[in-house]
Design a protein. Sequence first.
Length: 75
Amino acid sequence: MVDRTLDASGLRCPMPLLKTKLELNGMDAGEELEVIATDSGSARDIPAFIELSSHQLMSSSETDGQYRFVIKCGG
């Protein structure tokens, strides 16, 4: 069960990533954020950002052009 959901569907790069960063900044360590995006750049950008951050990518998937990420907020 995620703590928050960010629906970035219909937004073009770099907005899904920027909105993800802003949402994570307002969350407590250990909380989970679900991000839904339709921009194919998100499949590359969001995992790359997570690799360089204190956050953890719990899962990612793509179904019919919709990308879904679950991110655990780091401390």
